[in-house]
Design a protein around this ligand. Structure first.
Ligand SMILES: NC(=O)c1ccc[n+]([C@@H]2O[C@H](COP(=O)([O-])OP(=O)(O)OC[C@H]3O[C@@H](n4cnc5c(N)ncnc54)[C@H](O)[C@@H]3O)[C@@H](O)[C@H]2O)c1
Ligand SMILES: [Zn+2]
Ligand SMILES: [Zn+2]
Length: 365
């Protein structure tokens, strides 16, 4: 099996053609990956100084089921599927509370292995880990059905893969996490794949004003095509005073889709009293704290600051829902895929992210 490996921290990925992917076990299916989008989280994992090595990266994928292990009722060979970066088992304490994105199985996705401690991938007899929770920059991946969603056979998988992470996270952040209402005002920091999807979620929810902040002019222009009503250049404008000029009291909602502590502070400052700021971006350095300006005003203004894991999605409910919105012409996936590359160009795809080139690069496997 061909796959792109992180073999050393910060080094370019290496495409190998001699990976061995194991049989699916209880509750698992083997998926022939057809497409995988490249998300900023892959770049973060590639750059991270720690984490088990070697590891196959890639976690925004879709494909066709090749084989089913025992206890996989409802799944069959040949099914078209979107793989979710966050599983939902439906049985754990988080799932029964309705907080599917906090499913106990999702911890497994962060360890580089499946629940039994094995990754199902080897190279020359040596264990290869599942980087970024999945390992889908490879022709085959073994997945627990808790993270596998069947889709209609005619679904274009080169678009649908995005719903497995970036698009699902962004649209879900607006619809599920924040529950944006019609007529509300929304501020989005960082309009890459995730931020643009928040813009789309806010538009679907009927937000009246959608303000974006991004230093890259091309990204701000793109955001307008997806429904942003106003754009701020944070390198030349003061974001909070510009937001107050546009909305008087601040926005109802603000989303950090970058993962920078200073942006989270700005998001809290830019929402109105009673508003909600949502942390979608992920700061990989766990030693960097988030700070908010004034404890007293935060309390008296009843502001809300909350996290967001994968758009608070239940993948089994929300991935079909977002694809229905796409079929209805209300969620634009076509314009989000700005480049398609073969697996061999995976490092160029990561460079696209660094350079802010286009919006999303999809790898064809
Ligand atoms: N919470 C989750 O479940 C979840 C899921 C997927 C991705 N993520 C995270 O979301 C973030 C975004 O991912 P992406 O794939 O969209 O990344 P991306 O690189 O495509 O987009 C990031 C954008 O932020 C902009 N930016 C950088 N600095 C800025 C600043 N100071 N002010 C405003 N904009 C700024 C960049 O120009 C770029 O357009 C990453 O941190 C990623 O790890 C989180
Ligand atoms: Zn992702
Ligand atoms: Zn669960």
């Amino acid at each position: 099996v061909r796959g792109a490996l992180k073999e050393a921290a910060g080094e370019p990925l290496v495409v190998r053609d001699d990976l061995e992917v194991g049989e699916p076990k209880q509750g698992e299916v083997l998926v022939r990956v057809s497409h995988c989008g490249v998300c900023h989280s892959d770049l973060s994992v590639q750059r991270a100084p720690d984490g088990p090595l070697p590891a196959v990266l890639g976690h925004e994928a879709a494909g066709i089921i090749e084989a089913c292990g025992p206890a996989t009722a409802g799944y069959a060979e040949g099914d078209a599927v979107v793989l979710s970066v966050a599983p939902s088992c439906g049985r754990c304490v988080a799932c029964v509370r309705g907080q599917h994105s906090l499913c106990r199985e999702s911890r497994v996705m962060l360890t580089g292995t499946l629940a039994d401690g094995d990754s199902r991938v080897r190279r020359g007899g040596q264990v290869v880990y599942r980087g970024a929770g999945m390992g889908a920059f490879a022709e085959y991946v073994v997945m627990p059905t808790s993270a596998v969603v069947r889709v209609a056979p005619d679904t274009p998988l080169e678009l649908a893969c995005l719903v497995g992470c970036g698009v699902g996270t962004g649209v879900g952040a607006a619809l599920n996490t924040a529950k944006v209402e019609p007529g509300s005002s929304v501020l989005v920091f960082g309009v890459g794949g995730v931020g643009i999807s928040i813009v789309q979620g806010a538009r679907i929810a009927g937000a009246a004003r959608i303000i974006v902040s991004d230093p890259v002019a091309a990204r701000r222009d793109l955001a307008a095509q997806f429904g942003a009503t106003d754009a701020i250049d944070p390198t030349t404008q003061d974001v909070v005073s510009e937001v107050k000029r546009l909305t008087r009291y601040g926005t109802d909602y603000a989303f950090d889709a970058i993962g920078r502590p200073e942006v989270v502070s700005t998001a809290v400052a830019a929402i109105r009293a009673g508003g909600t700021a949502v942390c979608v971006g992920i700061t990989l350095d766990p030693t960097v704290p988030y700070t908010i300006d004034s404890g007293m005003m935060f309390a008296l203004q009843e502001k809300v600051l909350r996290g967001c894991a994968y758009g608070s999605n239940n993948p089994h409910r929300d991935i079909p829902r977002y694809l229905d919105l796409w079929r209805a012409g209300r969620l634009d996936l076509e314009s989000m895929v700005t480049a398609r590359r073969p697996l061999e160009q995976v490092n160029d795809a990561l460079d696209d992210l660094v350079a802010g080139r286009g919006l999303r690069t999809v790898l064809d496997l």
